[in-house]
Design a binder for this molecule. Sequence first.
Ligand SMILES: CC(C)(COP(=O)(O)OP(=O)(O)OC[C@H]1O[C@@H](n2cnc3c(N)ncnc32)[C@H](O)[C@@H]1OP(=O)(O)O)[C@@H](O)C(=O)NCCC(=O)NCCS
Length: 176
Amino acid sequence: MIAYYDPFSDKHRKKIRRFRSGDDLVDGFINEEAGELHDLCAARTRLYFDTEDNLVGYFTLMPTTIKLSEQTRIQWELGTRRIIHPALHILYFGIHEEYKLRGYGRHMMRDIIHMARNFAVDIGCRCLVLEVKRDNNDAIAFYEKMEFVTIEEDEPYNKMALRIAPYTVEELELME
Ligand SMILES: CC(C)(COP(=O)(O)OP(=O)(O)OC[C@H]1O[C@@H](n2cnc3c(N)ncnc32)[C@H](O)[C@@H]1OP(=O)(O)O)[C@@H](O)C(=O)NCCC(=O)NCCS
């Protein structure tokens, strides 16, 4: 069970060094880049711990804008002709190998969605976006379970998104 989360911090350095998600990019980022970006407020990283104080996972978020195709805009009933939309970018997301398939990823994603809905109310946010390697079938299966859809197919990354809008501000506030 997740007990608490903490912002990225050097006090967790030992646990961060032992973090293994099975994806080299995810493991490399948390060790080499996350701290600097976090300190600069260029991207923020949150670490999740279980009741025994094990580091079970982390994610890194940054604000972004995305261009949605006319077709996606219409499919998503976004109701404005603008093609550039505010979004929240999930830059990295990983669960330690020992703790996979126990619902931790879902728990963390729920927190991100909650955050994105608050952004939508306060500053505007149309969707969550992320890039995933086309051959990362585990992550794709997970994101699809979380109701993300592929909005752009490219090599070697696909872009996936989860719609946060078109809920109105009133509807989003009621969802809390
Ligand atoms: C992808 C990842 C984040 C999933 O985290 P997790 O904690 O194992 O996922 P959860 O246990 O919360 O699973 C949530 C749902 O996704 C499904 N799911 C998770 N991993 C899956 C997989 N490999 N294959 C199929 N479905 C999967 C689960 O079955 C579950 O569905 P359910 O609730 O209907 O049973 C984790 O495997 C991981 O960290 N992978 C390595 C790092 C990585 O690739 N990150 C993404 C980079 S873009």
